[in-house]
Structures are given as C-alpha cells and as structure tokens.
Design a protein around this ligand. Structure first.
Ligand code: LER
Ligand code: MN
Length: 275
C-alpha cells in the first residue's frame, strides 16, 4: 500500500527548508487530513517538549501515520554523527536516543541525512564514513530495542559531501554490514543519480521511505520531472510505504499540498473528494 504524506515540523521551520507545514499543529494537522493525506514526516527538535506529545495525540485523532522522524534540527545545531570531536559525537548520540524513543511512540522510522556530517580536509571520505559507522553502532542498541529502523537519506552535493547518490549509499550500507535502510528523495536523485528509475530498482531491497518531489522541490506536476513514470516504477518494484511531499511551502503550504493531493488523487492514492 502506497500512502501519500507531507512534511510537518514541530518548531518554526528555518527559511528554505523543505518543510511544507511549519508549527501551528492545531490548524495544520486537520488541514493535512482534510486534503486526504495519510501521514506526515515529523521534524522534531525536542521530543520532550509539550508540542511533541500534543502532536502525537492530534495525529492519532486525525488518523495520520508517521513515516520518518527527521532529526535535521540536530545538524542545524552543529551536531553530526561523523564529527571528529568525540564530545559532539557523544551529544548527538544522547539527543538521537530521545528522538528514536519518540519515533517508537509515533510508530515511525528515523532518517539520517544532514546529521551524518561532512568529510573535512585532511581525511578521506572512507575515514569519515568509518566514524559515521562507529557512531551508528553506538545508537543501534536503542534503535533495535525500540524496533525503530534507521534510514540513510542520500542528499545532494550542494548540501553535504558524503553519500550523495542512491547507488553509493546502497553500496555503503551493504559494505558496512550495518542493519540500515534507505530513504530516497527524488529531488536529490534528480541531481545525483544517472537514472531515478534504475536507482529505485537497484535499491529496492533496502528502500523503506520516499520523499516524492518534483525537480524544483515542489508537488508532482509543479516541476519538470515525469512523476507519473516514477510512480509507475515504484509500483513495479512493489514499494509499500509513504510518498512524502517534503516540499517547499510555495506559493504557500496549502496551495502546494493541494497540487500534491490532485496528483495523488489522479494516481488513485487519495479517494476522490473536493480538495
Ligand atoms: C531531508 O529529507 C532532506 O531532503 C535534506 O535535503 C534536508 O534539507
Ligand atoms: Mn528529503
């Protein structure tokens, strides 16, 4: 079953972030459900904040699931899994512990994107990835005991310099031997991958989540990718999971979410209703 969802943050989203709905959950959660979406990706800063518990209650009330819990805010605070400074690595492990426990309550998975950190001058990419793997080994006891899958999200070269393409990320997971999965984002795939279709086929056994955006990080149909044919490939590989509109709120959040809902209606993923 493929389910459409949108991105929602529990704090004021930084300008330029691909967060469709920002804060104001009492208004946004009913709106998201009203458009026919079936879930959200949750950008969380502090899992212990009151808003984090309120969000779970409201999501439950409106029958919305959680795909990925996104710890991108940690990266915004300078906390990275592959950081050379052991103090920073200890702090990111501590903060991720809370986020993983929250994801377990939400029934979601945790994405490791910008939070993995950059390769810095003076060492090889492999050395950076080895440190990333070492830190992951330290968070696995909690993610495994909570039953929360950890997913690597390949991200384009303009945002990070490790694990940019889908295929190199899939190879990294296989070579590391770590129990990690993949979430693929068509916006990044369009920049880094030779073929979005071939990447989905190559990664199918590891694929747990999809960020489903057009070329300009807006709803399908608002850019120049052939999103219908990408959808077709996802059916072909028997993908079952969320297609999350992790979009920019342009021209505004509701308008972009409505364009996405129209696409998902046409694809038969949202039941016909007036949107
Ligand atoms: C997060 O899902 C993402 O796609 C990154 O580009 C973070 O901004
Ligand atoms: Mn993404």
């Amino acid at each position: 079953m493929i389910k459409p969802s949108v991105s929602l943050s529990l704090f004021d989203a930084p300008p330029g972030a691909p967060i469709l709905f920002s804060n104001n959950i009492a208004v946004n959660i009913p709106l998201i459900a009203g458009l026919g979406y079936q879930g959200v990706d949750l950008f969380v800063q502090d899992p212990d904040a009151e808003v984090s518990q309120e969000a779970l209650k409201l999501l439950n009330e409106y029958d919305l699931g959680v795909g990925a819990v996104m710890p991108a805010a940690l990266a915004g605070e300078g906390l990275f899994l592959a950081d050379r400074n052991p103090e920073i690595r200890r702090e990111v492990i501590r903060r991720l512990d809370g986020i993983i426990r929250y994801a377990a309550e939400a029934g979601g998975m945790v994405s490791l994107g910008l939070v993995r950190g950059n390769n810095v001058p003076g060492e090889t990419v492999q050395e950076t990835l080895n440190r990333f793997s070492d830190t992951i080994e330290k968070i696995l006891p909690v993610s495994e005991s909570c039953g929360v899958p950890l997913m690597v999200e390949p991200i384009n070269r303009y945002e990070i310099n490790t694990l940019n393409s889908s295929i190199e990320s899939c190879d990294y997971i296989q070579e590391s031997g770590l129990p990690l999965y993949l979430m693929l984002d068509t916006f990044h795939m369009n920049i880094e991958d030779v073929s979005i279709h071939e990447s989905f086929r190559y990664c199918r056994d590891y694929l747990r989540h999809v960020h489903f955006l057009d070329s300009n990080r807006l709803a399908p149909g608002m850019g120049h990718l052939d999103m219908e044919s990408i959808m077709q490939t996802l059916w072909e590989i028997d993908y079952r999971g969320f297609l999350c509109l992790e979009a920019l709120p342009k021209p505004d959040a509701a308008a972009c979410a409505r364009r996405g809902a129209e696409f998902f209606q046409a694809a038969g993923l949202i039941k016909r209703k007036k949107i």
